[in-house]
Design a protein around this ligand. Structure first.
Ligand code: C2O
Ligand code: CU
Length: 469
């Protein structure tokens, strides 16, 4: 098990060594784009300040996930993750998309409450054939951190690298000294540093857990990056992994959770670790306020097979004192956020998630059957619905995702949940039960599904329809 396991364990070894040229180029690109910590942005071709118009291509590419090694990937505009889509709340976004893959695809804008015709599932559009084009055109209604990825029938497209972040800024964004985007992923590489073969019974059950952690498409933090003591930053985290819950913390700085899937929270919350279900986002306010710390880092907490917790650094900044001329640090002021209160007489529904074996086949189920064979359930727009999500499987967790509408998490296993904010994804633990509530304020045809593709493509996905009253 060579280099890869060693990288994952965070120990310096061949292929995990330092890469100072990388640091130099990252610093240079930070100077150029100034924002989001050097993540590439899609270029807005439209002079109208209320329209973001971009060109996006999906195709095969080669990239260095592990320093010094080339891996064949699928990529948006040649990079993993793909370029950031950056807009402001209320903007119209036009995406001229070209499919240079060898197979059909679509793009889903995970978490955005947009027109359902633009939602990118094969239920609302014909998949774009190889060589084909499609123009996505929608208005972004909600500030927050989101991501985009294919919603095609192929299990492999997202895992091979087709995923990218979206930032929708608030109308009056709180001010930070810097903003950074961290897209987390894991990949399973073989000894030749290529994507290991797909499929197999164990992946059907567990999802595909990788052997290399990636942060913005790199297996190890870029070395030589600096941050100044006293500064306050916004770190936007996205979990784009196929099946892994990403538990992370920040060392050498203090942090608070300020936003989640659907944008800013009514008030920041403190916690020691943040667990991101597949598909979820959390924004952190990070303050470099530890005079004794030499380095601030984003660290993944990885459970080893022996049951221990291994710390894997994902990003690291050498802390320096600001010069005497340095301007004062930002003091972010958060806008007032009011979330809807729990409804007094919601419609109540139960969804049970499970698994059946029949004739040597295994199928993931919603209410006992393949979700796509369930009748399309209709809901009235604006009418609150409380769903109890029950995981009848005591072995496997399911990251439940609802398209086009936010919900709030009310309870876990019958007790009040402490997971504030508007959500589009929630982790359903093995044997667990979660109560969520939505008012279905966005009409259209929507899917809900487990975000582990092996599960959703094998029965754990269903359609609903939200209708104007
Ligand atoms: Cu992020 Cu239906 O997906
Ligand atoms: Cu699942």
């Amino acid at each position: 098990l060579s280099v890869l396991t060693v990288c994952l364990l965070g120990v310096t070894a061949e292929g995990c060594g330092s890469a100072s040229t990388e640091a130099a180029s990252e610093q240079a690109s930070m100077m150029r784009s100034a924002s989001f910590g050097g993540v590439t942005e899609l270029r807005d071709e439209n002079p109208d300040p209320k329209i973001v118009e971009v060109n996006l291509t999906a195709g095969a590419a080669e990239t260095e996930l592990v320093p010094g090694r080339r891996t064949r990937v699928l990529a948006f505009n040649g990079s993993v993750p793909g370029p950031l889509l950056h807009a402001r709340v209320g903007d119209r976004v036009i995406v001229h998309f070209k499919n240079d893959l060898a197979e059909p695809t679509t793009i889903h804008w995970h978490g955005l409450r947009i027109d359902s015709a633009m939602d990118g599932t094969p239920q609302v559009q014909h998949p774009i054939p190889a060589g084909g084009t499609f123009t996505y055109d929608f208005v972004v209604r909600d500030a927050g951190t989101y991501w985009y990825h294919p919603h095609a029938t192929s299990l492999e497209q997202v895992d091979r690298g087709l995923y990218a972040p979206i930032v929708v800024e608030e109308a009056e964004p709180p001010k930070f000294d810097a903003e950074r985007v961290f897209v987390l992923d894991d990949v399973r590489l073989d000894d030749a540093f290529q994507m290991a073969p797909y499929g197999g019974m164990s992946d059907m059950m567990m999802g595909r857990i990788g052997n290399v952690l990636l942060m913005n498409g790199r297996s190890k933090p870029t070395s030589g990056l600096k941050a100044e003591r006293g500064r306050v930053e916004r770190w936007r985290l996205v979990n784009a992994a196929g099946a892994r819950v990403m538990a992370v913390t920040v060392e050498g700085a203090s942090f608070r959770v300020i936003a989640t899937d659907g944008g800013l929270l009514p008030s920041p919350s403190t916690t020691s670790t943040v667990a991101l279900a597949v598909g979820q986002r959390f924004d952190l306010e990070v303050t470099y306020d530890k005079p004794e710390a030499a380095v601030a880092q984003l660290v993944a907490l990885v459970r080893t097979s022996a049951g221990a917790t291994q710390k894997v650094p994902l990003a690291a900044y050498d802390l320096v004192d600001p010069g005497p001329e340095a301007a004062a640090a930002a003091r972010p002021v958060y806008p007032r956020v009011d979330l809807p209160a729990a409804a007094s007489a919601p419609l109540e529904k139960e969804l049970r998630f499970g698994m059946v074996h029949s004739g040597g086949m295994m199928m993931m189920t919603i209410n006992g059957q393949d979700g796509m064979t369930l009748p399309v359930e209709r809901f009235e727009q604006g009418r609150p619905v409380r769903f109890t999500l029950v995981n009848d499987d005591t072995m496997h967790g399911h990251p439940f995702h609802l398209h086009g509408n936010f919900f709030q998490i009310l309870e876990r296993n019958g007790l009040p949940a402490n997971e504030p904010g508007l959500k589009d994804t929630v982790q359903l633990l093995p044997g667990g039960r979660v109560t969520i509530e939505t008012a279905f304020e966005n009409p259209g045809d929507w899917m809900y599904h487990c975000h582990i593709v092996e599960h959703s493509e094998n029965g754990m996905m269903a359609m609903i329809k939200v209708q104007a009253p």
